[in-house]
Design a protein. Structure first.
Length: 228
């Protein structure tokens, strides 16, 4: 009697992707063996994630092959992205098992590098219907606030930036070009006011000149991407 392949020790290699450069990275499944301890043949059967698929859709390819390709990306306002890669393993003699491994794209490189796993909410492979496309994809990373050392960013500025992020997420998933354009226009207004708040914070001493300059540069970069 043939003993099925053993998927209990399966894990992703690598299990963490960094830095978030929006490129696709190869991820394989390791640790699956047959009855004799030899590696089994892996086939990727699906990839899901706990964050929406935005302008750089698809966020994963490789279904039907031995290697998944995952986009090294996460929301700047989130708790890291978790990919859930489903697979089937075959020992070539009728023995088979299935499983799922996780891959983390952490929010940052702080202690633990952990991701909050919200579950397999979105299909990483599509369908891709965003009309915002590469514009939204280029803006999103620019809206992640720089650390500014140990400085505390004023609450009013934090809220304004979070509103801009929310509008960008809505634009990234809009199905109509007019809707996406309207949301991006609103986001631009939020960015302009954010730049003004950063300058005011510099003048009243709430943030250092270096931090204010970094913030203003970030907002300017995001605005230039939006108007291309």
């Amino acid at each position: 009697m043939n003993v099925p392949a053993d998927c209990s020790a399966a894990e992703a290699d690598p299990a963490e992707l960094w830095p978030p450069n929006h490129q696709l990275a190869d991820v394989s499944v390791t640790g699956v063996t047959d009855a004799s301890g030899e590696p089994a043949t892996i086939t990727i059967t699906g990839v899901r994630q706990d964050e929406p698929v935005a302008g750089t859709c698809p966020d994963a390819t490789g279904v039907g092959t031995a290697t998944a390709r995952l986009r090294v990306e996460r929301l700047g306002s989130g708790d890291g992205r978790v990919y859930l890669v489903s697979f089937a393993a075959d020992d070539g003699r009728g023995g088979r098992c299935t499983g799922t491994v996780t891959v983390c794209v952490p929010h940052d490189q702080g202690q633990g590098h952990r991701c909050g796993n919200q579950g397999p909410l979105f299909d990483s492979t599509g369908p891709c219907f965003s009309v915002c496309g590469s514009v939204c994809a280029a803006i999103e990373p620019a809206l992640a606030l720089p650390p500014c050392g140990n400085e505390q960013i004023p609450v009013s500025l934090q809220l304004r930036v979070e509103s801009a992020r929310h509008l960008l997420r809505r634009a990234a998933t809009a199905r109509r070009e007019r809707t996406a354009g309207r949301l991006l226009a609103r986001m631009l207004k939020h960015l302009k006011s954010s730049a003004a708040l950063a300058d005011a914070a510099r003048q009243n001493g709430s943030v250092s000149p270096a931090c204010a300059a970094a913030l203003e540069h970030l907002f300017s970069g995001a605005q230039s991407q939006a108007v291309r």
